[in-house]
Design a protein around this ligand. Structure first.
Ligand code: SAH
Ligand code: SF4
Ligand code: F3S
Length: 490
């Protein structure tokens, strides 16, 4: 359902900002192709990169062959994700050579978490790469490209997150004209938790929260440009502790309350949360805020106390169960989702059985699961008792079968219900649109195109394997709040 690590996609011209009057003329227009791997934070960053490049005359394209600049925004979370980058660079090299035959140049940039983790090594392994840029340095892209044009390889992997957000916000302000109905907004970046399997603290650096004012301004601008649903992003989004205008520090619950006052923003979501940071105020926000959607992604990774300890997750399974009870008491309707790792070093059959037991007890609406992948530089990589690949595969299959059963049951429980659906885009068949239910399920239905961007009451009439099928109820937008006048948009 949600896009998860290793799901790769291109930044589409329809969802990125259009260029403004300060853009160069069409004759100067160059094309940029951005391919995004990894989590939603990379999706957000890819859009900000195209914002930064727009005043330089770059327009987004779907077509690799047509691109003057190719950027791979990469993910380092598992070995498979990181290796994909090198095979993609091989393909790009061929396209670049083809273009060169007709006298056209192509610059190549590698951004994101592989860029941060492997820096210089990328240029060595893939000589076609002109620029390597870490996640905190995107605002410098125009300068870095300029330097690289002089024929020099450029590697920029400094951590200066405040500069990144200050600059990217300015750019976004100038360029946002029209956006898709659902958008991401990064409110927090980095992680100080150091789970023993995970590279994120090394690739994204220490935890930093953006200020309330910066976030509210960006959310208001999104609302004014047609966004109905905002998903707040952070590697540990519920560890958010941003500075408020009065100098106090706000947590995520308080921030959500403030954002729910913005006209036009009818739906709020956030991801990804850590169980340790689920405080009472945030749980109460689920009870109090109509705009906060009844969906929570709360990864637990394992149901075994022994493994949780060795993973440095810093909570027990009982604490997780108590938390789930508290959340369900506040929001009985909530769809829960999680992440699981099978085959962490030392995981026995009994530990795995504890994970299966936890899943049976919690009953998830959906979940994402992965075989443990040894990541260089993390403590897990050198632990004893690494689990053999075939055992990991068998456990993963068993776990996924259970989750799939739970997901089917959850989806089936929506049959006959009428719920609000945010209509986001055209469906596969003519006359069809696809939207999202409050529980983040894709919903397909017959509806005219002019309803894209509206929230409609939809009756769920059929359940498919991955999506629900619905029927429009009365074609009235179920808007809860007055929409802002789009005057703040340049
Ligand atoms: N901050 C989030 C997770 C971010 S990474 C949290 O704390 O839960 C997204 C998911 O990738 C993780 O939840 C985990 O399930 C998976 N993951 C991370 N490192 C991994 C590794 N080395 N091997 C397999 N899966 C991993
Ligand atoms: Fe990785 Fe753990 Fe931080 Fe999540 S909390 S990003 S799993 S180190
Ligand atoms: Fe991957 Fe980096 Fe996100 S490692 S999951 S792109 S934070």
């Amino acid at each position: 359902m949600t896009s998860r690590p290793e799901a790769d996609h291109e930044t589409t011209p329809s969802t990125v900002s259009a260029s403004d009057s300060s853009s160069k003329t069409t004759s100067n227009t160059r094309k940029v192709f951005v391919r995004t791997y990894g989590c939603q934070m990379n999706v957000y960053d890819s859009e900000r990169m195209t914002d930064v490049l727009a005043p330089e005359g770059f327009e987004a394209t779907h077509d690799l062959e047509d691109a003057d600049l190719v950027i791979l925004n990469t993910c380092h979370i598992r070995e498979k994700a990181a290796e994909k980058v090198y095979s993609e660079l091989g393909r790009i090299r061929k396209v670049k050579e083809e273009r060169a035959k007709s006298g056209k140049d192509m610059m190549v940039g590698v951004a994101g978490c592989v860029a941060q983790a492997e820096g210089e090594e990328i240029s060595r392994r893939a000589p076609i790469v002109d620029v390597v840029v870490g996640p905190q340095s995107y605002h410098q892209l125009p300068d870095l490209l300029q330097k690289a044009r002089g024929g020099r390889k450029v590697v920029e992997t400094e951590f200066d997150i405040d500069a990144k957000f200050d600059h990217l916000s300015d750019q976004a302000q100038k360029h946002v004209l029209k956006r898709a109905p659902s958008a991401f907004l990064t409110v927090q970046e980095g992680c100080d938790k150091f789970c023993t399997f995970c590279v994120v603290p090394y690739t994204r650096g220490a935890e930093v929260s953006r200020s309330v004012e910066q976030i509210v301004t960006e959310a208001e601008r999104m609302a004014a440009s047609g966004v109905r649903e905002v998903t707040l992003l952070g590697q540990n989004v519920n560890a958010y502790h941003g500075e408020a205008p009065d100098g106090s520090t706000w947590g995520l619950g308080r921030l959500l309350r403030r954002l729910s006052e913005i006209g036009g923003l009818d739906r709020l979501r956030y991801t990804t949360s850590h169980p340790r940071d689920m405080d009472d105020d945030l749980i109460e926000a689920h009870r109090d805020l109509k705009t906060l959607m009844p969906y929570l992604h709360l990864p637990v990774q394992s149901g075994s106390d022994r493994i949780l300890k060795s993973m440095n997750r810093r909570h027990t399974r009982e604490e997780y169960f108590r938390l789930i009870d508290q959340i369900r008491a506040a929001a009985p309707d909530i769809a829960l989702s999680g992440d699981f790792i099978v085959g962490f070093p030392g995981e026995t059959d009994q530990d795995f059985e504890d994970t299966m037991d936890l899943i049976r007890r919690v009953e998830y609406g959906s979940a994402f699961s992965f075989k443990y992948s040894q990541r260089p530089g993390t403590p897990g990589a050198t632990m004893e008792d690494q689990v053999p690949e075939d055992v990991k595969s068998a456990r993963l299959a068993e776990l996924q079968a259970l989750v799939s059963e739970q997901q089917k049951a959850f989806n089936a429980s929506r049959l006959g219900m009428t719920c609000d659906v945010l209509l986001e885009k055209k469906g596969r068949n003519p006359g069809q649109l696809v939207g999202k239910s409050p529980w983040l399920q894709p919903v397909q239905l017959d509806a005219p195109e002019d309803l894209i961007g509206s929230i409609q009451a939809v009756e769920i009439v059929e359940i498919g394997s991955n999506s629900l099928f619905g029927q429009l109820f009365d074609r009235q937008d179920t808007t809860q709040k007055a929409r802002p006048v789009p005057a703040t948009v340049v």
